[in-house]
Design a protein around this ligand. Structure first.
Ligand code: UTP
Length: 288
């Protein structure tokens, strides 16, 4: 079954970007000429998804505003000949469906995803963390295919040096990596001591989950940091059902912290046809 809905959790406090996030959600910070949220939405649409469910917070009204149609502004852009920009605004929430749901307070990623249950319904769904950018839809599309062929949930992973695994969720493999980069998963270990880590494959923020994940999420008890952890629900699934990871070679960007945000802006600026040349010239000038 084609995955139709993507859940994008965006209700966190964004403390690493305070004081900016006091007024502006980090999910709307622009990377080049696009909000990070839109880049992640485009990734989902490119993988055949047509319903975007954003989990927001009442303290972040700008997120829901982003999906509100503004006919007056579109009209002004049309009148002044900025038709491409007008078209871009018009497409938000019309070529695809957007639903905004609310998390009452940031009680963890598992809780945030659970808030989308009614909007998604009982079918497989994707989860995309908006502070990780993947550059294309290829990984998510492959994950959708693996979910359909195995009938189980699928997570995205990347291979990192052993000394870096201690800050992440790590995959405990149940077999070897196949030629397509797919590996069966026995369990997930949160922030292990690198010496005891079961692999070098860390979770990165893309998931394709079967509908029974809703039951595991609803049953979550507070875990690490007192929060309801999505990883705990995935562990329960992996213990009783087929569960796989797709290990990706994509150059992923973590924009959830100031340095990652800055480097992502530069790297993605260097592949943007409008920005590439002047940005390259500026960087060359800095080197001198
Ligand atoms: P992060 O931990 O990166 O975001 O969660 P954060 O909590 O906003 O950031 P810091 O750590 O305080 O700087 C990953 C994604 O999950 C969302 C966040 O908005 C972010 O997009 N999230 C996290 C929720 O929607 N609800 C939560 O309870 C926690």
């Amino acid at each position: 079954m084609q995955v139709r809905s993507a859940v994008i959790p965006a209700a966190g406090r964004g403390t690493r970007f305070l004081p900016a996030t006091k007024a502006v959600p980090k999910e709307l910070f622009p990377i080049g000429d696009q909000p990070a949220l839109q880049i992640v939405i485009d990734e989902a649409l490119g993988a055949g998804i047509d319903h975007i469910v954003v989990v927001s917070s009442r303290d972040k009204p700008a997120i829901a505003d982003y999906f509100e149609r503004d006919d007056e502004l579109i009209g002004l852009l049309d009148e002044s000949g900025k038709t491409q920009l007008a078209e871009r605004l018009r497409s938000i929430g019309t070529d695809w469906r957007a639903t905004v749901v609310y998390q009452d307070e940031p009680r963890g990623l598992g809780h945030a995803v659970g808030c989308a249950r009614e909007a998604v319904g009982d079918e497989p769904f994707a989860v995309l963390l908006p502070d990780e950018l993947m550059g294309s839809s290829a990984l998510l599309a492959q994950m959708n295919g693996v979910c359909a062929s195995t009938g189980g949930s699928v997570v995205a992973a990347i291979n990192v040096p052993r000394d870096e695994v201690g800050s992440y969720g790590v995959i405990d493999p149940a077999g070897a990596l196949n030629a397509d980069g797919v590996i069966a998963v026995r369990d997930l270990v949160e922030k292990p001591d690198p010496a005891d880590a079961p692999s070098n494959f860390i979770l990165t923020g893309r998931y394709v989950l079967t509908a029974d994940a809703w039951t595991e999420i609803a049953a979550l008890k507070p875990g690490r940091g007192g929060e309801l952890q999505l990883t705990d629900a995935l562990r329960a699934q992996a213990a009783r059902a087929p569960f796989h990871a797709v290990v990706s070679e994509v150059s992923r960007h973590d924009t959830g912290n100031p340095l990652g945000f800055l480097t992502a802006s530069i790297e993605l600026g260097l592949v943007n046809p409008d920005l590439r040349q002047p940005l390259r010239a500026f960087l060359d000038q800095l080197k001198r």
